[in-house]
Ligand binder design. Structure first.
Ligand code: V47
Length: 632
């Protein structure tokens, strides 16, 4: 996208972003120092849109600060007190459960670190929440708390995390990072772990299949260089593990901390710059969060056009920021969040802790598959009056079942199951030969997979069926499928792992440690059936007016034609992020057929027939954590 900058220094930085090149510290300084706030915002917003489309995420959540008693005395914190001090409190598991309501989807637990709580009390807290609200995900304990448990209870960090995971912790919040600078640490929080310790806890969590968030406390005594170095350290770990879900810049609330003699809050300009710069620097982070509690609702609302695609949630009361003078409300109602997101011109997407969309609060939504393989459909897709949301295949099917998607590229099995409501509009995603889009990473050859455990990435609706058809009908064997969530997973105990889309592509290059054999399922199908494999079908709600369907079809055709003129231009940067050269990206994309003809429909019919023969009515894939003996 062309942006006309008032500050000419931004041009070369934008050129790098568009080519998918990584920004340096010097680039970050240019961004931070620019007076061209609107130019900076447009850059960050363009990147945000290429990742999240018009969607902005939020979650119905409840913050739990189980105690404010803390052995540490960080200078920036007005929340912590010593045991016996006025206002000191400790919640029992019962007190915590009393705060929860059935609509809650995320319980965010973090608090002080008292000297006298036994380990079992923390496990019991997590277990009670998990048992009482099994549909809610527990996001609990910062790296600082994990390090405290490790030292106090003499367990390795890995053991602490394993036990918490078994008790029901799904993800870890990003707190406690402050600013990764020894200079700042010595002045403001010298009893606490620094960058190395914080990053090591998160690295371990990612290895164990616990995705995490990350934060940066800004607006106190840190320098702009220190902020950028902080972001770059996070970016480095993300390259290594891929386990961060989001980055949350936390605006310092001066309260009575005495750190800022002026007692002044950060300026809205600094807040918006920090959101925008982080969106541009953290090129490998899926999400950037505008935490309204610290930013105020107004600044958070504007941030949704400055690079942020997430608003945290309803929160339901919090003390850390408010004890330090935050002026935002204690909680927001779902309707208030929806109003803020709509006012920013975005689709409010209610999500779970992994950023899976649960509910869209919008009409006229087109769903796109967020993988490189379908980029030609959406690189130039503009349908007046419609908003676009990237959704992984299986989730698209779930949203469509609730009537929330007007048109989209549906996983072929979702299309087949919903054919009464969905009308195909001529396009889809089919193979010409091998495509590297659905890959099985295995320890064993096909026939030796009989009775073995295969991890299945949560995003798939069709590929899991293709795998089953191949195992049972081509090779005459059966295996046990276990669902994995997107992002990081613990693959121990598995004999093979099925990945799709960009994850399959990335690992096809780098390999998946411990799984030496790699099978391309579409070529397995082709060699066997001598037919292409169709992954996905573009379809629109049958109830849409004919003119709307025609409008969408025309827009798809126009996007395909324009994209085909310059595949390297539209896809080079995305390919580079997955480790592909420009030539490899173009070769990968030309391996697909985007128009569905007779042979493709014959393939769909044959495949759907085989699936129907195999599937029992209740043939659901169990969640990995629900399987007996499979707690990790
Ligand atoms: O770790 C403490 C910060 C953090 C102040 O992961 C302060 O989704 C501003 O991490 N002014 C806790 N900040 C909050 C946090 C968080 C919040 C929302 C979502 C997520 C997530 C994480 O608050 C602490 C510390 O860095 N903090 N004092 C203060 N005066």
């Amino acid at each position: 996208m062309d942006i006309t900058f008032r500050d000419k220094e931004l041009g070369p930085v934008w050129a790098k972003v568009q080519k998918g090149e990584r920004l340096s510290l010097e680039d970050g300084l240019i961004l931070y120092r620019t007076p061209d706030i609107i130019g900076l915002g447009k850059m960050a917003h363009t990147v945000q849109k290429s990742r999240s489309g018009d969607g902005v995420y939020f979650v119905l959540n409840q913050k739990i600060e189980h105690t404010n008693i803390c052995v540490l005395s960080c200078k920036f914190c007005d929340f912590a007190v010593k045991k016996g001090a006025a206002g000191a409190y400790e919640m029992t598991a019962r007190d915590v459960l009393d705060r929860l309501t059935p609509d809650i989807k995320e319980v965010h637990i973090t608090g002080g670190m008292p000297a006298d709580w036994p380990w079992e009390r923390y496990l019991d807290l997590v277990e009670s929440v998990h048992r009482t609200l099994p549909d809610a995900d527990v996001k609990a304990f910062t790296a600082v708390e994990i390090d405290f448990f490790h030292k106090k209870f003499r367990m390795s960090i890995e053991e602490v995390l394993r036990q918490l995971k078994a008790a029901g912790v799904r993800t870890m919040p990003g707190g406690g990072a402050e600013v990764f600078s020894e200079r700042v640490r010595k002045q403001l929080f010298n009893q606490k772990i620094g960058a190395k310790g914080w990053l090591e806890v998160h690295r371990t969590a990612h290895r164990l299949g616990i995705p995490t968030n990350s934060t940066m406390l800004y607006g106190h005594i840190e320098t702009i260089e220190e902020r950028l170095q902080h972001m770059m350290k996070l970016r480095e770990l993300q390259d290594e593990t891929g386990g961060f879900l989001t980055f949350i810049p936390l605006a310092f609330q001066p309260g009575a901390t005495g750190i800022k003699p002026s007692h002044r809050h950060t300026s809205a300009i600094d807040d918006l710059k920090t959101i925008a710069v982080s969106r541009l620097m953290l090129d490998n982070f899926p999400h950037i969060k505008a935490y309204w509690v610290m930013l105020t609702e107004e600044v958070a609302g504007v941030a949704l056009n400055f690079g942020a695609d997430d608003m945290d949630g309803t929160v339901g009361g919090e003390k850390i920021a408010h004890d330090a003078g935050a002026i935002s409300p204690m909680s927001l109602k779902k309707d208030q969040i929806i109003r803020i997101i709509r006012a920013a011109g975005k689709i409010p997407v209610e999500r779970d802790v992994y950023y899976n969309p649960l509910h869209l609060h919008a009409e006229r939504v087109i769903g796109k598959i967020p993988y490189l393989n379908s980029i030609a459909f959406h690189a130039h897709l503009h349908v007046p009056g419609y908003k676009v949301l990237p959704v992984k295949p299986r989730r698209m099917g779930m949203l469509s079942e609730k009537g929330m998607i007007d048109a989209g590229l549906f996983s072929v099995m979702n299309y087949v199951e919903q054919a009464e409501q969905l009308e195909p509009i001529g396009y889809g995603l089919a193979t010409r030969d091998q495509v590297k889009s659905v890959m099985l990473f295995s320890k064993e050859g096909w026939r030796d997979l009989d009775g073995k455990r295969i991890g299945i990435i949560d995003d798939t609706a069709t590929s899991v069926r293709l795998l089953r058809v191949l195992l049972e009908k081509k090779y005459g064997i059966t295996a046990r499928f276990e669902r994995l969530h997107g992002g990081v997973n613990d693959h121990s105990g598995l004999d093979a792992v099925l990945l799709i889309g960009d994850e399959a592509l990335r690992h096809q290059k780098t390999g998946l440690a411990g799984f030496d054999l790699i099978y391309d399922l579409a070529s397995e199908w082709y060699e066997w059936q001598k037919l292409p494999f169709v992954f996905a079908v573009w379809a629109a709600k049958r109830s849409l007016p004919a003119e709307s369907k025609a409008q969408i079809t025309r827009a798809l055709e126009a996007s395909l034609e324009k994209s085909n003129e310059d595949l390297a231009g539209i896809a080079g940067a995305s390919g580079r992020r997955l480790g592909l050269t420009e030539m490899e990206t173009v070769e990968y994309l030309t391996g697909f057929n985007y128009r569905l003809g007779e042979r493709e429909w014959e393939a769909i019919t044959r495949f759907a027939g085989m699936v129907r023969e195999l599937e029992q009515p209740e043939g659901q894939v169990p969640e990995r954590n629900d399987l007996p003996g499979s707690r990790m």
